[in-house]
Design a protein around this ligand. Structure first.
Ligand code: SF4
Length: 390
């Protein structure tokens, strides 16, 4: 058994009794929590436990079940309708050139808001002996150039099994990139071993999509694990879920994005929490997400500003959301506001172009600043206008 497997097995907390012992019977209402523990699986690794400083803090909220999870009236079991886009077991093929490949049914710690809670934690839901039909499907579809390995957490597999997967995928000529979606960098940094780093180098380009929701998750051990991956040539991105009571706060999100970049991780997405059954208490409004994006864009490095998206309920895919910067678009000019709320006018090209022109963000003589509150200097001609949203 590897050291990381031993830590997972021996040092994690998985029962209500262990939780009460760790945090104190006086602060934990065992009777109140019992129904939740009777219905849901919990595991919190030592690394995640270290991040909890008080009962009910943002870290606690992410991992400890509550009776609110029993309220399934407003949510959907398979909120993204992934099973409908599954041509063979373990594969979801939703977008033209990439597939989701579910390779592991378990995670190091279990997140209460998980979109895939219907599959996660139950080994029978992602059978490990059904990889072959997935390989055959990918082989038969030359348009697939990008594989996203997910689960559960792929990094819960042994190096031997991961290498088997990587070898088989790399043997398919049209597979260009492989991504591993994993939260072990936060939950179990010990899993990022030198042996894994050595192995993964042989199968590049292999990316890792990490998952961090709060700056407190970036402990020194975690930052070291991220460094080992970056040194092994694994480009690192981060997916963050906007969660009530965890990170629905401008200051928290800004600190998280800045600290991720410092740890060599590029913030990639902030997701609205999915409408998953039992996860209603984690959801906040879209306006809160837009407020956070507005507070990031322009106020900190562009590299620290992820896409803010809703994963469309029912399987429509990710849709990006932006605060309203553009006020008006005509054939002659575009009127917009910058991050400070100041209004500017960008002149359209004089020679008509067939498709939408791509504006450079470099300083341009065609951008004419105007005072806040004043209308553009030139009256808009009554010509064909495009809807700002269209
Ligand atoms: S690590 Fe990911 S897949 Fe596992 S429980 Fe958390 S959100 Fe779900």
């Amino acid at each position: 058994m590897s050291e990381w497997q031993r830590i997972l097995k021996d040092d994690s907390i998985a029962t209500l009794e262990q939780l009460a012992e760790r945090f104190g019977h006086d602060v934990i209402d065992v009777e109140a929590l019992k129904p939740a523990f009777d219905n849901f699986q919990m595991r919190i690794t030592p690394a995640a436990l270290e991040q909890i400083t008080a009962v009910g803090d943002p870290m606690w909220n992410q991992y400890v079940p509550t009776v609110q999870e029993l309220d399934v009236h407003d949510g959907i079991i398979d909120s993204l309708d992934e099973d409908a886009d599954s041509p063979v077991p373990n594969i979801t093929h939703r977008y033209p050139d990439r597939v989701l490949f579910l390779v592991s049914p378990v995670c190091a710690s279990y997140c209460r808001f998980c979109t895939r809670r219907r599959k996660v934690g139950d080994p029978e839901k992602i059978p490990l002996n059904q990889y072959d039909s997935a390989f055959a499907y990918i082989r038969a579809h030359p348009e697939i150039r990008d594989i996203i390995m997910s689960g559960g957490d792929p990094m819960m597999l042994s190096d031997r099994r991961l290498e088997y997967l990587l070898q088989n995928l790399r043997a398919i000529p049209h597979v260009e990139i492989i991504r591993i979606g994993s939260r072990v960098t936060s939950h179990l940094p010990e899993r990022i071993t030198p042996e894994f780093c050595e192995m993964v180098r042989k199968y590049h380009p292999v990316y890792m999509n990490t998952h961090f929701n709060h700056p407190r998750e970036l402990t020194p051990k975690v930052v070291e694990a991220l460094g080992r991956l970056a040194d092994a040539g694994v480009p690192l991105g981060c997916q963050t879920v906007l969660l009530r009571g965890v990170n629905d706060d401008v200051g928290v999100m800004k600190e998280l994005m800045q600290r991720l970049l410092k740890a060599r991780v590029r913030p990639y997405y902030i997701y609205m929490a999915d409408q998953v059954a039992g996860g209603e208490h984690f959801r906040t409004t879209v306006q809160k997400g837009l407020e956070i994006v507005r507070a990031l864009r322009g106020w900190t490095s562009g590299l620290a500003v992820p896409h803010f998206v809703i994963d469309s309920p029912g399987g429509g895919g990710k849709v990006p959301l932006l605060p309203e910067y553009v006020e008006e678009i005509t054939d002659d000019e575009v009127v917009f506001r910058n991050y400070e709320g100041k209004r500017f006018v960008y002149k359209q090209p004089r020679i008509p172009v067939p498709a939408a022109a791509c504006a450079s963000d470099a300083d341009s003589p065609d951008i004419v600043p105007i005072e806040v509150g004043k209308t553009p200097r030139r009256k808009q001609p009554a010509r064909r206008r495009k809807s700002v949203n269209g």
